[in-house]
Design a protein around this ligand. Structure first.
Ligand code: AMP
Length: 544
């Protein structure tokens, strides 16, 4: 049966095994990426058992790359980049140079070509966005200055890699011609040709795409069909990427990146991101699985020293370079350590470069295996390194919170979780009525907002006991859970109930299932938006 449906078999095997191993990784508090890569190794040709179709997996992975790069483009913000350019640009360029040279040196000891060394070095120099954002989010650092520098730094790295993806094929052509003893003209022609094509594509996107794409999307929004909007976003991402590849000979990645960037400038970017997320996640998983499939674990046994050197470049070499660059620009040690630790790993871009390198015939398969093994090891070690060297923002805030807690909560006060659309309205009314309350908010910008409004705020997630304690849960009378996720509200309720069984909980739910879930947990008051809307509308029409 599977012989007749290789495409379905590959998708299903990829997703199912990735799900199982991703879930196990999650349980072990590891990055799910590790689970996906291991899933790929399991369904790959180098381990016994089921073998998925590698060619199909590669094509599916390309869709993953397109959607990932589209996402990078959507998030690419020139403003964010400009605000940290003084450090991010020289920092990223310097770090890429150091890591690439180290990689080239290692490649040289193995007798690989200069081009092979270049691809290998570049692949070791660029960190994974997915891993970086997870690490920063875990430590609540995304919205701090050091977090912004780290993200800006990564954007510069991404841009450098986009350029590398464009230029490497041309450069490989030049090198081949040079070896064949061709003249200067024959050497430069492919390079020039590529540059021209890229410029043509960029110009077309900036002049025509920038007008047509937002216009088309706007039109679709006004049709009011969510399905059409979703389809439009996907059609733009995939269509531009494919069109760019066919008409201009540039990579899918570059085309998708530009499509994303243009959409990112429009006010619809947030919706576009949300609508493509599920598909992007699914195909990104297939991308990681297909990368895992290429990995030959034999490298672990045959080349342990080389692997050790590769990991050392990723973790030690890059970190030291980043640390000194950041310090040289006069930033504090805390910042330097955060940047070094968050970039001490490699991921999706390295895989894209590795496949390109082997595809062009410049990077030996051994180099690709080293990159993959280096990625797996560095992603595994990253959270450990991060927690060792980076002072968590939560720790800083826990101290502040403790101080705040000693003075703020009063007997019988109210705790309000979430200062969003609903929480803000509640806070306003409570303040008007002089009811004492403390806000717990996990989003730093919103917490700042609440503080500016003069409220008592505990920063952090209400899912953590220490934040509930800091808000004075033991003495509180009521807990209002104004977060949009009913199941999360249920978990918060359980923590709170454990700390103070007498507390009266009022929670917000979005669906019947959530309301039933909350009621089942014993939450005495559950307010469901749609039910309230319905009863208010009925009242207004005189039928309530
Ligand atoms: P909204 O959906 O606009 O009402 O916003 C909900 C708010 O709740 C957001 O500002 C979230 O940051 C916040 N929030 C969600 N979960 C938690 C949590 N576990 N702890 C604290 N704040 C949360």
């Amino acid at each position: 049966m599977p012989h007749h449906t290789p495409l379905i078999g590959t998708i299903v095997a990829g997703l199912v095994v990735a799900f199982i191993l991703g879930a196990i990784a999650h349980r072990l508090k590891l990055s799910p990426l590790v689970g996906y890569l291991l899933a790929g190794i399991m369904v790959g040709p180098f381990t016994p058992g089921f073998v998925a179709d590698a060619n199909l997996a590669n094509e599916l992975a390309e869709i993953g790359v397109i959607l990932l790069m589209f996402g990078v483009g959507l998030h690419f913000s020139l403003r964010d980049l400009l605000s940290v350019r003084m450090i991010a640009v020289p920092g990223a360029v310097g770090q890429i140079a150091v890591a690439t040279l180290l990689g080239m040196a290692l490649a040289w000891t193995q007798g690989w070509s200069i081009m092979g060394g270049l691809v290998f070095g570049l692949a070791l120099s660029v960190a994974s966005t997915v891993v970086l954002l997870r690490a920063l989010q875990g430590a609540n650092l995304v919205e701090t200055r050091r977090g912004r520098i780290a993200v800006g730094w990564l954007i510069v790295e991404d841009l450098a890699m986009v350029l590398a993806l464009v230029l490497l094929p041309a450069l490989a052509g030049v090198m081949n011609n040079a070896e064949a003893g061709a003249g200067m003209e024959a050497l430069l022609a492919p390079l020039l040709g590529t540059m021209l094509k890229v410029m043509g594509f960029v110009a077309l996107m900036l002049i025509v795409g920038r007008r047509v794409i937002p216009w088309a999307l706007h039109w679709v929004v006004h049709t009011g069909s969510r399905e059409l909007f979703r389809l439009a976003v996907l059609a733009i991402a995939l269509g531009v990427a494919f069109g760019a590849a066919v008409a201009f000979d540039v990579s899918f990645a570059l085309g998708a990146f530009f499509a994303g960037m243009i959409l990112g400038e429009t006010p619809l970017s947030r919706r576009a991101t949300e609508e493509t997320l599920p598909l992007r996640d699914a195909f990104a998983v297939l991308f990681f699985v297909s990368v895992g499939m290429l990995f030959n674990p034999a490298v672990l046994v045959q080349q342990p020293l080389l692997l050790f050197a590769t990991v050392a470049i990723i973790i030690v070499g890059k970190s030291i370079a980043a640390f000194f660059i950041v310090r040289a620009f006069g930033h504090p040690t805390d910042t330097a350590l955060t940047i070094s630790a968050s970039l001490a790993q490699i991921g999706e871009f390295s895989f894209i470069l590795a496949s390109l390198g082997t595809g062009l015939g410049v990077l030996p398969a051994e180099g690709r295996d080293l990159i993959l093994a280096g990625a797996i090891v560095s992603i595994l070690l990253n959270p450990i390194i991060f927690s060792l060297v980076v002072r968590d923002r939560k720790e800083e805030e826990a101290e502040e919170n403790e101080e705040a807690a000693t003075e703020k909560p009063r007997m019988g006060h109210v705790i309000l979780v979430g200062y969003g659309r609903v929480g803000k309205l509640i806070a306003m009314r409570l303040a008007e009525r002089n009811i004492h309350f403390v806000v717990i908010e996990g989003d730093m910008e919103r917490a700042d907002e609440a503080e500016e409004a003069g409220l008592s705020v505990i920063r952090g997630s209400a899912l953590e006991d220490r934040h509930l304690i800091a808000a004075g849960i033991g003495k509180a009378r009521r807990l209002l859970i104004a977060v949009p996720e009913g199941f999360e509200a249920g978990a918060i309720h359980q923590h709170a109930y454990h700390l103070n069984p007498a507390i009266q909980v009022i929670a917000r739910a979005h669906s019947d299932a959530e309301a039933v879930h909350l009621e089942g947990l014993g939450v005495p008051y559950v307010v469901m938006g749609e039910r309230e809307l319905a009863s208010r509308m009925l009242v207004l029409c005189g039928a309530g």
